[in-house]
Design a binder for this molecule. Structure first.
Ligand code: NAD
Length: 252
């Protein structure tokens, strides 16, 4: 197994892409702590992990709250003894045009999608540095690379995640800590369902070179590779898991 004896923290693991990441890492031998505001969903994922033959810990945490994050990381270390892998996946996406966008929507989007990444990294890094081992994986988005109407706040935060990833990779490389990002596009989850109609998803599919909406497992498999030792010479990169969308000019 590729992650035997590893301990992973996955934020936003109660649903969607995060849930698929939790289960994929567990299938490869990792114990997994799920940090999510949705504790019932996190507990369901924990049961799935146990069914996959590994151990899990579900914790109710808002990643934008530093005290909650710090306490949760201490709980994980106390339960499992260490943290080898951090996957910052928790995110929100509520579309709105810039005219009249409320300060609260801008702030919350950045607090969860960008500040949450900073807070979780800050909490685990001293431990990883001491052990001179760690894998940090941040979930960005295709909108960290391209733009879309009514998404300026989300795109700004997700572009920030890529900049944060690059900077942190240079700072932590000397400690043998890899920091990478994955940028999904159009993955079938509740987030995509809330933000699009079936007609929009139909049109989206036609613009994707591989002609299908992605599945959470497509993202989970990329994450698994980047947090495994097979990717030990890769750091500071963002891998777009987007069916080729980032490569296409969309002309036909
Ligand atoms: N689905 C897509 O098409 C898509 C595309 C690009 C990027 N992403 C990114 O992938 C990640 C996962 O998205 P998804 O589609 O699975 O979303 P989702 O809404 O299905 O799941 C998000 C999870 O994050 C949790 N969460 C939200 N706010 C939180 C907070 N403050 N603290 C802790 N947990 C919190 C939710 O409870 C939920 O379990 C997000 O970062 C999202 O921006 C998704």
């Amino acid at each position: 197994m590729r992650l035997e004896n590893r301990v992973a923290i996955v934020t936003g693991g109660a649903a969607g892409i995060g849930e698929a990441i939790c289960i994929r890492l567990a299938e490869e031998g990792s114990r997994v702590a799920i940090l999510d505001i949705d504790i019932e969903g996190a507990q369901n994922t924990a049961q799935e992990i146990e069914k996959a033959g590994s151990e899990a810990l579900a914790l109710e945490v808002d990643v934008s709250k530093s005290a909650e994050v710090d306490t949760a990381v201490k709980q994980v270390i106390s339960r499992f003894g260490t943290v080898d892998i951090l996957v910052n996946n928790a995110g929100i996406c509520i579309s709105d045009k810039i005219n009249g966008m409320a300060d609260e929507l801008w702030d919350r989007t950045h607090d969860v999608n960008l500040k949450g990444v900073f807070l979780c990294c800050r909490a685990v890094i001293p431990h990883m540095k001491e052990r001179r081992y760690g894998k940090i994986l941040n979930i960005s988005s295709i909108l960290g690379l391209t733009g879309s109407p009514a998404m300026v706040h989300y795109g700004a935060a997700k572009t920030g995640v890529i900049g944060f990833t690059r900077g942190l990779a240079t700072e932590l490389g000397p400690y043998n800590i890899n920091v990478n990002a994955v940028g999904p596009a159009s993955i079938h989850t509740q987030l995509l369902e809330q933000e699009t109609t079936p007609e929009v998803r139909e049109r989206l599919q036609e613009k994707i070179p591989l002609r299908r909406i992605g599945d959470p497992i497509d993202v989970a498999n990329a994450v698994l590779f980047l947090v495994s030792d097979e990717a030990s010479y890769i750091t500071g990169q963002c891998l777009f898991v987007c069916g080729g969308f980032s490569a296409s000019a969309g002309l036909v």
